[in-house]
Design a protein around this ligand. Structure first.
Ligand SMILES: Nc1ncnc2c1ncn2[C@@H]1O[C@H](COP(=O)(O)OP(=O)(O)OP(=O)(O)O)[C@@H](O)[C@H]1O
Ligand SMILES: [Mg+2]
Length: 390
């Protein structure tokens, strides 16, 4: 799915914003683009410090940044800022042969042009970069869902695994991240060999798509899984910065990214939550849930997450657990968006065998619930931010 905004100008001109402080170079580029209609130069900015706000206002399709940009914000810094600000625009870096720059989409460099270049080179690079970016990173079709709960043992791992498989069944190219980095819940659920590669086997400085395929566990259920380290103490070797890089790379390759999280709030989990488009927070009908969930909602509010970023899912919704649905609704301040029934036998058996119950018994009520929630989440993801908020 592409948004209507993208749709509407998809076949039209490519709107280019240039950040270039050498007048001769700007003039040269304008000259090359003079006699054609496919690329329209929106503006040439000479000050990198103004670029972020201008990108926000002008909404270019492609930004061209001079690597050698001087001033308060230098070229490489600006590229990094555009990437970090998640402005959802591809960047082409302009450089000279003595100063080679590599294409690195995971770090916001979607194309490189070395001077001198012809009008043909320029147009080709612009249209190629735009096309590839549109195909792989439409905000609508590519979503990160973290499966989280402030309380342990409520079904995060079970739901994350089955949900990821269900999204795969819906045609999404799906990756599941074992975000319980200390205990590697998915490692044990799936009984993967101890020496199976983990997130720690990815390079930290510069990661490429090709590195991913060596590290991902291809589960027989059809999804790819990024496993946690095999030993508890190794979790310390993962940094929030590494996670940001890994997630932005995964976003380019997969349309659906599901994270099975642990229950703490720490740097790693905040990096996962920040990067998520939707936090699926699991609640149950018991009184400790209420306390934890309210505390969590306060924390999310103070971090600045909009209420619509969190969607509540009641697990084992048919089993009585001390509090009523009404009590829970009151505590949450809204009706939970999703629910999944309990099925002790099927869930425990499937988990023991390391298979997803959505495949083992697709007609079971719990499997149909997961499939429905997967579809609801994909559907909600297509709504503009803020829609669906209650
Ligand atoms: N809908 C369900 N019906 C029946 N049993 C369930 C259901 N969901 C989860 N369970 C069971 O609850 C237990 C805990 O599930 P799971 O390990 O997925 O929770 P978790 O939140 O990941 O726990 P942790 O906090 O340890 O990571 C498991 O034994 C699982 O089989
Ligand atoms: Mg777990």
């Amino acid at each position: 799915m592409v948004s209507s905004k993208r749709m509407s100008n998809r076949n039209d001109q490519t709107r280019l914003l240039i950040v270039e402080d050498v007048p001769q170079v700007a003039q040269y580029i304008r000259g090359l683009l003079n006699a054609q209609q496919t690329v329209k130069v929106l503006d040439v900015l000479t000050d990198g410090g103004k670029a972020l706000t201008q990108i926000g206002e002008l909404r270019p399709d492609v930004v061209l940044v001079d690597h050698l940009l001087q001033g308060r914000i230098k070229g490489p810094q600006l590229v990094e800022k555009i990437h970090e600000a998640k402005l959802n625009v591809p960047v082409i870096v302009l450089t000279v042969p003595q100063n080679p720059v590599e294409v690195d989409p995971a770090n916001g460099i979607h194309g490189v042009l070395a001077m001198p270049f012809s009008g043909f080179d320029l147009m080709n690079r612009i249209s190629g970069v735009r096309k590839e970016f549109d195909a792989t990173s439409s905000t609508e079709s590519n979503r990160v869902f973290s499966i989280f709960a402030p309380k342990g043992g409520v079904g995060k791992t079970t739901i994350a695994f089955n949900m990821a498989v269900a999204m795969g069944q819906l045609g999404q190219k799906t990756v599941l991240i074992d975000g319980s980095v200390q205990f590697g819940d998915l490692r044990s659920l799936l009984k993967v060999p101890h020496d199976a590669p983990s997130i720690l086997d990815l390079p930290t400085d510069r990661i490429a798509e090709s590195d991913l395929s060596d590290v991902l566990w291809r589960d027989p259920s059809g999804i790819d899984i990024l496993l946690a380290p095999p030993r508890i103490e190794m979790a310390e070797m993962i940094t929030a910065r590494d996670l940001d890089k890994i997630l932005s790379l995964l976003r380019r390759v997969y349309t659906s990214i599901v994270i099975d999280m642990s229950s703490q709030i720490n740097d790693i989990n905040l990096a996962f939550l920040d990067a998520s488009d939707t936090i699926v927070e699991i609640v149950t009908y018991d009184s400790t849930t209420i306390h934890n969930t309210i505390a969590m909602a306060d924390t999310f509010r103070s971090i600045g997450y909009p209420a619509s970023k969190v969607r509540y899912l009641v697990n084992r919704a048919d089993s009585a657990g001390g509090i009523s649905a009404d009590d829970l609704n009151k505590a949450l301040g809204r009706v939970p968006e999703h629910s999944i029934v309990s099925d002790g036998q099927l869930v425990v058996r499937s988990n023991n065998e390391g298979v997803p119950f959505v495949l083992a018994d697709p007609d079971a009520a719990v499997s149909r619930d997961i499939a429905r929630v997967a579809a609801e989440l994909m559907g909600a993801a297509r709504m503009p931010v803020g829609a669906g908020q209650q």
